[in-house]
Design a protein around this ligand. Structure first.
Ligand SMILES: [Zn+2]
Ligand SMILES: [Zn+2]
Length: 559
């Protein structure tokens, strides 16, 4: 493959490039190339694990497309989940392209942009539900599907080379509670017209059966609430507007008010009200107002289902929430799936609640959650309607993508591709797909005010400093290489300046010994002095502590 800079999408095919969203969940970003132009679908973020100290959020490295942004016709968003639009505030300044979204997604995006002071810069085009629009050589159409947020959209992308389908996140929910039903007739007619490739959601490709319906869940929650006579707290994702509606209806059926606890929930409710959702419900109370209600007359809805340390539920569990406290006999319902990687935090938080005598209900004991992604039976139905020549499996870890590809083959899809981020997947009518090259990809950490590559020396150095400690040593020489003052050493997080003076003096002595052993020319060479000093400190600290710190050498030359 020629270098990135020479790559241009061809005229008689689509070049599909996932820059994020494969090989793991989060950071969805897919490029579609055709006739020299590029279309971006979704720009999501991910959450950093413990491997990236001091960093919460991750975004995909967009450099491949920022280098050719003059050929980028726009960013089209499928829906308002963070893993699909959360990177916009961080990466849009590098792209500065118009953004296209349906009304609810646009409303959520605007609220996010306000927080980053970008609301007056970003050009957002609101597309009506089921709307069509043209961007450069790409004719686009949104098709209604169901998911776990209002206005999830499947996208059809048509050029002179044919049509591809980008499913976005979807499921087939016959009772979604909020929003429209999946447009099955629309999907069938897309399939009847012929589809080259379907780029689709692999999340639950290993889950047999059907994902279940939000309407059935509402019935279950209604009878579940009836069992309790003290406070009920439900933790769910703030973006799950249908769940908020289900909880409100289940609460009303049990003579309980709903109180909303947490800023992110209020923000999504604002976006929902703005775009016509969550109507005809009793008003939501604030946590403070509801704290004065009798314990059996209220359901608190809050965030924190993933054990997030700053969430409302984490503070309730620790007993330091300003508005809401729980006691023996109260119940906390986890109405969300634990995202892999969060298990320890969730279990620690549940432990704190249990110690207070609070009862915990999760999806393991009761029907309190339905997934927003298609299980295998739903994937089969979609393949029967769309009948693509090629299945490109994205939105999952490799195992989910591979299971999805296998299922597509069982559904008589002639070709399947399990791409990795950066693969250029060329799909063409009547031909087998090819991976014609790979482009630069990576992950950027949102680190305070900066975006840093996750494998950069800063992040690596921070990880090393956290795991092994850090040491700083100052060496003062003159230009002839004579030592003008004793070295000064500190080792924050390893050796205490107060309590480890003997050890620190030993490190200084070891450095002096090494410097004494150097020849005149060596001592006049800055690089050699630095490296010898660095190794001496490392060896000495290792001998004392068993740790190999990151060492910074400050070499001062005096006249
Ligand atoms: Zn997603
Ligand atoms: Zn989603």
């Amino acid at each position: 493959m020629s270098p990135d800079s020479l790559f241009r999408p061809v005229d008689d095919a689509f070049d599909v490039i996932p820059l994020g969203g494969t090989g793991g969940f989060g950071m969805n970003l897919t490029l579609y190339g055709h006739a020299g132009k590029w279309l971006m679908v979704d720009l999501g973020m991910g959450f950093a694990g413990d491997g990236v100290p001091g960093v919460d959020l991750l975004v995909p490295d967009p450099s491949f497309i920022t280098e050719r942004k003059k050929d980028l016709v726009g960013l089209v968003l499928t829906h308002a989940h963070e893993d699909h639009l959360g990177a916009v505030p961080f990466l849009w300044p590098r792209l500065r392209c118009p953004i296209y979204a349906t009304p609810f997604t646009a409303a959520v995006l605007r609220l996010k942009l306000v927080e980053h002071n970008l609301q007056n810069e970003v050009e957002i085009h609101e597309i009506p539900l089921a709307g069509g629009f043209q961007l450069g050589p790409f004719a686009l159409r949104y098709i209604d599907v169901t998911h776990s947020i209002p206005e999830p959209n499947l996208l059809t992308i048509t050029t002179s080379a044919g049509t591809v389908v980008h499913t976005g996140d979807w499921k087939l929910d016959p009772g979604p509670v909020v929003g429209r039903l999946t447009d099955v007739d629309g999907l069938k007619s897309v399939g009847d017209a012929g589809v080259i490739a379907m780029i689709g959601d692999s999340t639950n490709a290993m889950t047999p059966g059907h994902s279940g319906s939000e309407a059935d869940l509402q019935t279950s929650l209604t009878s579940l609430f009836a069992r309790y006579d003290q406070r009920i707290v439900v933790a769910c994702f703030s973006s799950n507007v249908a769940r908020i509606e289900s909880l409100a209806r289940a609460a009303a059926a049990n003579g309980r008010h709903v109180a909303i606890v947490g800023r992110s929930l209020w923000r999504i409710i604002e976006a929902a009200h703005e775009t016509g959702y969550l109507k005809d419900l009793p008003d939501f109370a604030t946590g403070r107002d509801a704290s004065f209600l009798p314990r059996d007359k209220v359901v608190f809805v809050c965030t924190g289902s993933q054990g997030e340390p700053r969430s409302a539920l984490a503070r309730i569990a620790s007993g330091n929430h300003p508005e809401l406290s729980l006691d023996r006999g109260d119940t906390v319902i986890f109405s969300a799936r634990p995202i892999p990687g969060n298990e320890i935090e969730i279990s620690q938080m549940q432990g704190k609640l249990l110690k207070r005598g609070v009862q915990i209900v999760t999806a393991k004991q009761e029907f309190v959650h339905v997934s927003g992604h298609p299980a295998r039976d739903e994937l089969v139905e979609m393949y029967q309607w769309i009948r693509p020549q090629i299945a490109v499996t994205v939105h999952g870890e490799y195992a989910h993508q591979a299971a999805h590809a296998e299922l597509a083959r069982e559904c008589q899809v002639p070709h399947t591709v399990v791409p990795a981020n950066g693969d250029i997947v060329r799909v063409r009518d009547g031909a087998a797909p090819e991976i014609v090259g790979t482009v630069t990809t990576g992950v950027l950490a949102v680190d305070g005010k900066r975006l840093l590559p996750i494998d950069s020396s800063v992040i690596k150095g921070r990880r090393r400093a956290i795991e092994q400690g850090g040491a700083v040593v100052t060496v003062v020489l003159d230009h002839k290489g004579r030592i003008m003052a004793p070295p000064v050493v500190s080792a924050t997080g390893l050796l205490s300046a107060d309590q480890d003076q003997v050890a620190l003096r030993k490190v200084v002595a070891d450095v002096e010994l090494e410097l004494d052993g150097m020849t005149g020319p060596e001592l006049r060479n800055d690089a050699e002095v630095r490296e010898t000093t660095r190794l001496a400190v490392r060896r000495s600290v290792f001998g004392l502590t068993g740790k190999k710190p990151a060492v910074d050498v400050h070499l001062v030359r005096v006249a």
